[in-house]
Design a protein around this ligand. Structure first.
Ligand SMILES: C[S@@+](CC[C@H](N)C(=O)[O-])C[C@H]1O[C@@H](n2cnc3c(N)ncnc32)[C@H](O)[C@@H]1O
Length: 266
């Protein structure tokens, strides 16, 4: 599907209250549809740019995300997501898997905390930016990060990890059940699964988007992955509210779904 002039609407780079703020895409298609994608937006500029190609077909996941990232310069702030920092700070490092790593803010932060990180994304554009960010940051990370181009629609890691993190892994072209099952399956016994998402009932009021099938509640995830069963110790399962500011200075409170679980057995 091509992008036409009538699909061009402003993309709101929201004023960032913390490093994890909603980016709202408005897409004009006769009726308003759109996507709520997360996190770390680059707040340095406001401009108009084409809406991304949107699909529910997994075959086009890479194209959709490459177009989203290519539509402008760096998309996110480069900072780590706050729930990741809250949950992982002070923990000893190990090997970590960052699923849907985007432009790499989380992976770089994890590496700075002593983790070896396998950072996976379907978008080559995002991964190139992540590698650039790593190079420009000038941190001595000793090869601690490997950036891997993979599509979670058809890829599963062969290794197991001490930490598997999925931060705002929402996509119309990737069933969250499948993506999070892959995440859970990659946690070694004694390792940690950390899932963070946008709460479907606490999105910003100025967003013209409700992509229900890409969003989940904590209860949805617990039930889907059986995190309350004998294989896991469920440590965190909650909604965390945080203030954000809108494109015109509006104030709102959104919520992150946060789940953390320790794998007790295979
Ligand atoms: C909303 S962004 C979150 C990025 C990053 N985790 C963050 O918090 O800044 C979702 C990310 O998931 C990636 N993604 C979407 N579908 C994917 C798939 N099928 N396989 C791997 N990555 C995917 C996108 O390219 C995008 O970078």
């Amino acid at each position: 599907m091509g992008i036409t002039a009538h699909q061009v609407l402003p993309v709101y780079h929201l004023t960032r209250i913390d490093s994890c703020t909603l980016l709202v895409w408005g897409i004009a298609k006769g009726v308003i549809a759109g996507q709520a994608w997360a996190m770390n937006p680059d707040t340095t500029h406001h401009h108009e740019e084409p809406a991304p190609f949107e699909t529910t077909d997994p075959v086009h996941a890479a194209r959709m995300w490459d177009e989203m990232y290519s539509a402008s310069g760096r998309r996110w702030s480069g900072n780590a997501n706050p729930q990741l920092v809250a949950e992982i700070s002070g923990k000893p490092g190990g090997n970590a898997l960052d699923l849907g790593c985007g432009e790499g803010g989380d992976a770089l932060w994890l590496a700075s905390q002593g983790w070896n990180v396998c950072a996976v994304d379907v978008s080559a554009v995002a991964l190139a930016r992540a590698a650039e960010h790593q190079a420009s940051a000038g941190q001595d990370l000793h090869g601690q990060i490997s950036w891997e181009l993979r599509d979670l629609n058809d890829w599963k890691p062969s290794a197991e990890f001490d930490l598997v993190s999925a931060q705002f892994l929402h996509s119309t072209a990737l069933p969250w059940q499948q993506a999070l099952a892959t995440a859970a399956g990659a946690v070694r016994t004694g390792g940690m699964l950390l899932i963070v998402g946008h709460h479907p009932d606490h999105l910003p009021p100025w967003g013209a988007h409700r992509v229900a099938h890409a969003l989940f509640t904590a209860a949805d995830v617990v039930a889907e992955l059986e995190l309350d069963g004998h294989r896991w110790r469920l440590d965190v399962s909650e909604d965390r509210r945080r203030p954000i500011a809108g494109p015109d200075g509006q104030e709102a409170v959104v919520a992150d779904v946060v789940l953390s679980a320790l794998r007790l057995q295979a």
